[in-house]
Ligand binder design. Sequence first.
Ligand code: ADP
Ligand code: ZN
Length: 731
Amino acid sequence: MGAPQFFDEGDLVSVLTTQPLDRALDYKAPEGGCQLGAFVEVPLGPRKVLGVVWGAGRGDFDIARVRSVIRVLDAAPMREEMRDFLRRAADYTLTPMPAMLRLATRVPGLGDPPSMRKIYRRGAAEPDRMTDARRRVLAALSDYGDLAFTQRELAETAGVSASVIKGLAAQGAVTEEDSPRDTPYPRLDAEAAGKALTGDQTAAAAALSEAVRSGRYGTTLLRGVTGSGKTEVYLEAVAACLRAGRQALVLLPEIALTAEFLTRVEARFGARPAEWHSGATMTERRRIWKMAGQGAAPLVIGARSALFLPFRDLGLIVVDEEHDTSYKQEEGVLYNARDMAVLRASICGAQVVLASATPSLESWVNAQAGKYRRLELTSRYGPAVLPEMRPIDMRGADLPSDRWISDTLREAVTRRLEAGEQSMLFINRRGYAPVTLCRACGHQIGCDQCDARMVEHRFQKRLVCHQCGETRPMPVACPSCGAEGRLAAIGPGVERLGEEAAALFPDARIATLSSDMYGSARALKAEIEGIAAGGADIVIGTQLVAKGHNFPLLTLVGVIDADLGLQGSDLRAAERTFQLMRQVAGRAGRAERPGLALLQTYQPEHPVIRAIVGGAEEAFWDAEAREREAAGVPPYGRLAGIILSAPEAALAFDVGNRLAREDAALRAIGAQVFGPAPAPIARVRGRHRVRLLVKARKEAPLQEAIAAWIAPLRVKGDLRLAVDIDPQSFL
Ligand code: ADP
Ligand code: ZN
């Protein structure tokens, strides 16, 4: 190491800021000195900005002009391990360090002094006169011994208004003091016994717990069908981690962060863990961030960005539903939280558990190659059995053009209704109809900003662009020819399917679930929980419903268009379709009643559809792996996307062509470059997008080569360049 751990006042320190500069800047350590890794506020021009003390100053500034750090913030200094993680994640994703630091400090009010709130205890004095309300306050305080209450807690416990408490405080009968709002999270009880595990589960839990106790890095792929008890098993690993005195992080796709899940964790450990997600309040976020750094948040359950919390001693990272595409951040810093979890764990000596019923091909191949350990849970817990799966050949269904539910599917739903069981109809398309066509002139309404059609959302009475979010009221007249009342909805979306179901099953209670129909993620979750408890007979949903919810009464899943994911040029189309269909089918028959999944398809002989229906998972992965290996694409080769965007297509193409011509740095490592070509969605938010694809062997030093390749390019003005290492989406 050798680097000093502490800098005395006036020493030169190098401070990395969150501002887009290409280097760390020198400052003088403030009065009282500062530690390596300290979070500080520094002057930059006329502003004050956030930074981290990154090391000793370089001393290449005019010393007379070096300014001083303004102050050290009230937060645990960033540890060496975290700085190393950020550096390596930056190298991997070709992200500038300031952007990396922004990810790691995405917490409001970091610079604020610790905020205070009033807490109350029993005071020495007696009140001048006793009322009923006052008696209740004093009784509440003495009932709980020396415990302090916030004003609200005390008012609620005693059933009084705040003024009663204020009155008692004025007389010294209760004491009022300031206490920091950011308080440690409750201890979790790692000794409490979990559920009695089955043979499979016991073996998997023991293997994971032992790995956690080793205190070393390792990654395990925990594969098991939906409902096999993966969660029960990894909670045992969490318990082992807590017993070892280290912190644990469980990552979930945002939407799977349900109250149901948190209640389950609370039941296991006797207290609520910290929850990091987009719905968390600013105060909650700051508390988690600070407590993670002090080691006072033993367990964090969070969405992907929780990976950048400053844990003091992280011993375990669980990535649940590891194949989920939402782990890939597609804006700003382009990173995959699953891969970054492995990187972080390897730096801090933690274990990673990748849990899934349908792992990504990447993880499957890593397990086959022995890089990851593989643990399997082969059967569902208890009497639940895997649903039977059957294709419905739509070529013989003979449906009118505005209907999508085949007779076979309709009859199956009717039988469930009669038996008092739930059915789910699944279609992976939001809105009412994907296309709005003018029957007079043939015009299809498109987005002005993008190369995309506007999607009708009848529930909101608007047209919405799913690319850029542009929306406008549903017009009466065709925007092209002006004909009135001739606009027709073409094709199905989830809302339209709801309409069809309502017509076919007039007596059923139908719930349509689509993210945009609910004001907030919380409202949506509440709705889902109501449905799980039996609040609907037929659930109609998009992919949202495929993730991690338990619907015990559900015994039938109908997939309206199983072919939807098979179209398109995406390298992962087959894999995605396979995962999605298995997940959706996994919703059926989770309790004691057996489930049935029906897949409507026009291509029943397609290998993906056959693998899904036949449950031939290993065969599917093997075949898919062989194809990718032959093509030299991930996980057997490496890809990187370069996206150039500009208001003028010509500018983006000029630069793209120059990159394609001047590719010596890529050729030096044997990599090839394809393009430039218009990106599949060539215009987004009014910017033209051009894409190049770089393909290299697995061992090739791809990042260094790309950095060298694009370095001569001075990206300026209206042009933007983004590098996407291991692209997931080809949009
Ligand atoms: P997965 O994470 O694989 O989908 P879960 O851990 O959620 O599976 O288990 C599915 C259901 O079965 C849950 O309700 C869970 O509480 C229950 N379950 C699983 N294993 C056991 C067990 N050993 N004892 C009691 N209940 C169990
Ligand atoms: Zn648009």
